[in-house]
Design a protein. Structure first.
Length: 257
């Protein structure tokens, strides 16, 4: 009896084993089901190309802030400007582009000449400058240029012609000018609208020795000087003497310094 039972159980087990083999399922496979594949068997991922950040458009540079005209006029009136005369002109001993000159600033007998240095050698011969009447500022702090103390500054206009060539012209006082004629702004026309009357007084200083013109005040003035219709202007207003306008043979917009 027991032999029959054992035989029957063996037959059942054999049948189960056969079914499992046909289904392709083993105990080991069943245990491994659901496990992730080995990392080494994963296909290698291609490196992602670096994405370039789009270039931001350049912001336009801010223009120079517009100075209130009355403030510019007040700065101008701190400068002592007059017609002077060059009486001698020599090559500067140590600077190829500079002239060393003597300047007559008064018609009074025995008046002392002033020494000044200017970088106009490339644009004027000595003969063109000797005895020439020019426009000058006399109350800036004397400054050393190439080792020489310069006691005055010559006013000139400049413009770049083409890509590299610079043209420089000294400002010309009006015909009939004499040494000592004061230079000021003519506060008329559309550009003078809105100016307080007090700001247009041209002769705040009786003498260049009354007060030095601070460098920042003069820088403000220079930033607003230009040529218009061959005439020197400040904020669009003509710069003059009692005999007429200061002129320069330069195109509109040329700088004055």
């Amino acid at each position: 009896m027991s032999d029959s039972i054992d035989k029957a159980l063996n037959e059942v087990n054999e049948a189960i084993k056969l079914v499992e083999e046909k289904a392709g399922v083993t105990a080991e496979q069943a245990a491994n089901e659901g496990k992730p594949a080995d990392a080494a068997q994963k296909p290698a991922e291609a490196p992602k190309p670096k994405q370039k950040k789009p270039k931001q458009p350049k912001q336009p540079k801010r223009g120079k802030p517009i100075e209130p005209k009355h403030a510019v006029m007040q700065s101008f009136n701190k400068a002592f400007l007059q017609v002077s005369q060059i009486v001698s002109c020599e090559d500067h001993p140590v600077a190829d582009k500079l002239y060393l000159m003597k300047l007559k600033v008064s018609e009074e007998e025995g008046a002392e000449l002033k020494t000044f240095v200017a970088g106009i050698k490339l644009f004027y011969s000595k003969e063109e400058l000797v005895n020439k009447k020019v426009c000058t500022i006399l109350n800036l702090k004397p400054a050393k240029l190439a080792g020489t103390l310069s006691e005055a500054m010559l006013l000139a206009g400049s413009v770049v012609s083409g890509e590299t060539k610079e043209i420089v012209k000294v400002l010309e006082p009006p015909t009939g000018s004499v040494v000592g004629d004061r230079i000021y702004v003519n506060p008329t026309g559309e550009h003078a609208e809105g100016l307080p009357e007090a700001s247009t007084v041209p002769l705040d200083l009786a003498s260049p020795m009354d007060a030095r013109c601070p460098p920042k005040q003069w820088e403000r003035v220079v930033g607003n000087l230009s040529v218009k219709d061959k005439k020197a202007t400040l904020c669009g207003m003509e710069i003059v003497t009692a005999k007429g306008a200061l002129t320069a043979d330069l195109p509109d917009g040329a700088e004055i310094h």
